[in-house]
Design a protein around this ligand. Structure first.
Ligand SMILES: Cc1ncc(COP(=O)(O)O)c(C=O)c1O
Length: 394
């Protein structure tokens, strides 16, 4: 225990989301009558697709919103497995699919399954901040490995090999990534899977942004790893591609021999994923829903295609084109050596809210900011125009 705070020591190691502080400051400016362009928000601006809402209404009318199996309702597990076959061309046994309370719960379950005290999980720095905290809460040790443009801001087989120790238990990769929007190339992902298997470790791939890919056909690690795919852990979600953040629904695909253990953990940690959300999510895979989602994916792509060259034109460094998700991680060192201060100044001076790099790790964090393109094109254009005026007048 930490004698000063009276709380467990792990709590002191959990950092708050700085982006929330940006949001609070932005809302305060708005309350004072200023207009703010929000480029800090990490969720799609699109509402839940109409067929999903209709399915939720039907489920409510039927009533019967009871606990489900901790693994999720069988129809949804089957529908997710079918989606992998249809969208990503890979056959997954539905028994391997476990529906969870957001991918956040999936990450917690997988870490709880794998990590013992003082065991290490290798992560990219920058990366999604909660990952290191999941490992820490379980008394493991997150090992952030600095990554940059030379490896698409992602871990590589070489980096994993060099950072492997006797205490390494596994590797967690998000591809496409938050905050960089970059993807691990297929050959590199194969090499990573082979390296981790050779070391006797476990590979966990967070594919929450895979549906929002803008390059060539999106490839799940499950279709890349060959026979090793049976031993992989994949984490994904209804939050981003399916525009269902607040429904708190995700899933994980685990090796078949671990399903029973993950079930035990889920039963004890939260009993079952939200029932109404599961019934609603069955409508995610209807052709009419997928047609809506594909239009929205195109809208995200158009926004990226506008934003990246516009920011480069202003002097931000974006050496690798983001290929998925809805974030741009930009080098802001030309404007300031202190990105937290820069974000405060940009909010105050330009009325544009962006997130400082410190939210995503330590490596060159003070030289980077994250832009989210989760607002409509006219607002993005306004945001860029504001930034241009502000930066020219400094
Ligand atoms: C890379 C990544 N993984 C996981 C999550 C968690 O999302 P959820 O719990 O809504 O599925 C997020 C949310 O922003 C994310 O960016």
């Amino acid at each position: 225990m930490d004698t000063q705070s009276g709380t467990a020591r792990r709590v002191g190691d959990i950092a708050p989301f700085h982006v929330m502080e940006v949001q609070t400051a932005a809302r305060a400016l708005e309350a004072a009558g200023r207009s703010v362009v929000h480029m800090e928000i990490g969720e799609p601006d699109f509402p839940t697709p109409a067929p999903v809402l209709a399915a939720a209404r039907d489920a409510l009318t039927d009533g019967g919103i009871y606990y489900t199996s901790a693994l999720g309702i069988p129809e949804l597990r089957q529908a997710i497995a079918r989606h992998y076959a249809e969208r990503f061309g890979v056959a997954i046994a539905p028994e391997r699919v476990i529906v969870t309370a957001g991918s956040s719960a999936a990450l917690l379950l997988v870490m709880a399954l794998l990590v013992d005290r003082d065991e290490q999980i290798v992560l990219s720095d920058p990366g999604y901040p909660c990952n290191r905290h999941f490992v820490r809460v379980l008394e493991g040790e997150p090992v952030g490995v600095p990554v940059g443009p030379d490896t698409n801001y992602q871990l590589s087989a070489g980096l994993i090999e060099r950072n492997w120790t006797a205490r390494t238990r596994g590797v967690l990769i998000a591809s496409p990534s938050n905050p960089t929007g970059t993807t691990v190339p297929p050959d590199e992902m194969r090499a990573i899977a082979a390296t981790v298997a050779r070391q006797g470790g476990r590979l966990i791939v967070d594919e929450i942004y895979l549906g929002l890919s803008y390059g060539s056909e999106p490839l799940s690690v499950l279709s890349l790893a060959g026979a090793a795919a049976d031993d992989l852990f994949v984490v994904s979600s209804f939050s981003k591609y399916f525009n269902m953040t607040g429904w708190r629904l995700g899933w994980t695909i685990v090796p078949e021999r671990h399903v029973r253990d993950v079930e035990k953990l889920a039963q004890n940690l939260y009993i079952s994923p939200p029932t109404l959300s599961q019934r609603a999510a069955l409508a995610c895979f209807l052709p009419e829903t997928l047609a809506i989602l594909e239009q929205r994916r195109q809208a995200f792509r158009d926004r990226r295609d506008f934003l990246v060259p516009a920011l480069r034109g202003l002097g931000f460094g974006i050496p690798v084109l983001p290929s998925g998700g809805f974030f741009v991680y930009a080098d802001s060192s030309r404007f300031s050596p202190d990105s937290e201060r820069f974000c405060r100044d940009v909010l105050e001076g330009a009325g544009v809210a962006i997130t400082p790099g410190v939210d995503f790790g330590a490596h060159r964090a003070s030289e980077h900011v994250r832009f989210a393109y989760t607002i409509e094109m006219a607002k993005l254009e306004d945001g860029v125009a504001r930034l241009a005026r502000y930066l020219a007048g400094r």
